[in-house]
Design a binder for this molecule. Sequence first.
Ligand code: BT5
Length: 247
Amino acid sequence: AALEFGLDAPFSVEHHASLDSTNRRARELAEGGANDVAVVADAQTGGRGRLDREWTSPPGGVYLSVVCRPELPMARAPLFTLAAAVAATRAAREAGVDARIKWPNDVLVPDDEGGTRKLAGVLTEARGETDRVEWLVVGVGVNVEATREELPAGATSLRAEGVDPDRRAFVQRLLETFHDLRRDLDAVLPAWRELALTLGQRVRVETPGGEVVGRAVDVESPGTLVVETDDGPVRVTAGDCEHLRPL
Ligand code: BT5
């Protein structure tokens, strides 16, 4: 069934039963000058992850992309990605799932074998100049009703974790938290750190410049991971992270 949206969302909502990609649609709206619009779909036929990877998007999921035009230098835009990860994680935790954030943009749930499964992901796209963002499209995909069989290996959904939240209420909570954080960007990193799975872990990060191996010690504004390596601290920006694996 299509989601029914209340009018109390902090964004105007464009809802579709199915779309190729809510990020694609949101970019189109952004290019047309839109602001504070959330595009929501129940299914996607061409969902995308980072680095042009695929985002499997069966019906009964939450696929949403927010168009915003913050007055911000481009370098601060990654804070919006972290804010969206916090918002999705909090909404999942309120629904009763022990969700945590893996840097930079994965929402994970611990499994019974000491590993983790991916519940949600965030993909931010931006246009603008170095000193000023023109628009941001912040896309969030959350697996809600899908069975594990419908999802890639290593994924999970809220239903597979044993909870069944109302999707409209879930989207509403996610958008409210995102909205609160974007108005108070200083609150993003502390909120993110509180939910972080990655901090304190030994990790291997693959970047275009090579591998970085060491202990993830902090995340600095606007979302840079600090890895303590044998040769001292190395800073990795979210955009340079191809893969991060706990060791
Ligand atoms: C992400 O990419 O995690 C960002 C995903 C963003 C999706 C949203 S849905 C609404 C909006 N519209 C779009 O078209 N996109 C956004 P990345 O970190 O690159 O992770 C992608 C990887 O996660 C894939 O290569 C798979 O391994 C895995 N994956 C794909 N679909 C998944 C799913 N439904 N659940 C969990 N993992 C998945």
